[in-house]
Each structure stands twice: as C-alpha cells, then as structure tokens.
Write a protein that binds this ligand. Structure first.
Ligand SMILES: [Zn+2]
Ligand SMILES: [Zn+2]
Length: 187
C-alpha cells in the first residue's frame, strides 16, 4: 500500500463509501501503516470536515449537518450538500460554498494537493477531476451560473433531464466558468 498521504486519504474515503464505519485497527492493517499514521490521516480528513472520528473508528459525517464555515472565495456559508474542499501542499484547507466557487478557487490556486467535493444526490465524497457537473440548470442553489456536482455522468444526466442545464466534465466546467467571468485562458 502506498505511503503517500494524499493517496492513502483518498483510499480511506473510498472505503468509507462502502462501509459506513471503519475501525482504526482495520485501517492500519489494510493500509499496512501504524496506528499513529492512521490517526494523522484521519485528523487531516476530519479537519477538512470529510470524516468524523468516533471511539476507535471513523465514519463519514452527516451531510445534513449545519456547518458554520464560510466560502474562501465569496464568504457565503458553505452548504454541506454543495461543499467543495481544497487541500494545499502546505496542508491548508480551503472550503468553497459550492462547485462554482470551488472551481474558480482551484483555478487561482497553484499548490493544490487534493480537491474533493460532495455528490449532490448521495453526499458521497468525489475527487473533483472525476466528477460531472450540471451547469446553468433551472434551480439556483448558490452562486450563478449554478454548478452542481455528481459522482457519475448518469446521475448528472438524470438531474439535467429534470432541471435543465448542461452536463460537463471538470475541464469543460472550468472553461465555462472562466468564460462566464471573462477570465483569460492561461494556455
Ligand atoms: Zn463561494
Ligand atoms: Zn456558491
């Protein structure tokens, strides 16, 4: 198993999608690292609001829980269902209110170690680059143009059929937002 913290942490989040609760003993065994290392990984993930540590185990936090965090870009309250979290290489955590601000923030940040968001339907943690986005749908939940993220293209397409908008991958969504904000393309 890998000794790179980011990969380990993503792996933990992936396992947590299948098992709601994982014991720290078991994680140490599966990852072939010390308990101390697992605790460090879980502390980092908990700091980002991505997991909750409970008595020798860890679980995904309740996606409906109210947070008091504000968006690093626009300072609106972070909405749990739309949450977008960036970790920088220096270990700083940047939260965005929704994928709109998250993608904009990601474009401004040069030292990104990991960027994760929540799937709008299930609340699952998804790597931003693997997510699909519905842009400019009829429901405005946060910033305009609205951007809502999904774990699969199928879910994004189903949502689009009900609420309109366009289904885009990460690169397309980023391009669309840059155009909407009249930002020059850097390449
Ligand atoms: Zn924002
Ligand atoms: Zn927003």
């Amino acid at each position: 198993m890998t000794s790179i913290p980011e990969q380990r942490r993503e792996q933990i989040l992936t396992w947590l999608k299948d098992d709601q609760l994982l014991r720290i003993d078991e994680l140490a065994q599966r990852l072939d690292v010390s308990h101390m290392t697992v605790h460090r990984d879980l502390d980092a993930l908990a700091e980002m609001g991505l997991v909750e540590k409970v008595h020798g185990a860890v679980r995904l936090p309740d996606p409906h829980k109210v947070t008091t965090d504000t968006c690093h870009l626009c300072e609106m309250p972070v909405k749990p269902r739309l949450q977008f979290v960036i970790t920088t290489q220096s270990g700083q955590t940047l939260r965005a209110c929704c994928p709109h601000c998250g993608i904009m923030l990601l474009a401004l940040q040069s030292d990104v170690a990991m960027a994760l968001l929540r799937d709008f339907i299930y609340g699952r943690i998804v790597n931003v680059r693997q997510a699909y986005f519905v842009v400019e749908c009829r429901v405005a939940l946060c910033c305009e143009p609205s951007v809502i993220a999904f774990a699969t293209k199928q879910d994004a397409t189903d949502f689009q059929q009900g609420f309109g908008g366009r289904v885009l991958d990460f690169a397309q969504a980023r391009h669309t937002l840059k155009e909407a904000h009249h930002c020059p393309e850097e390449d």
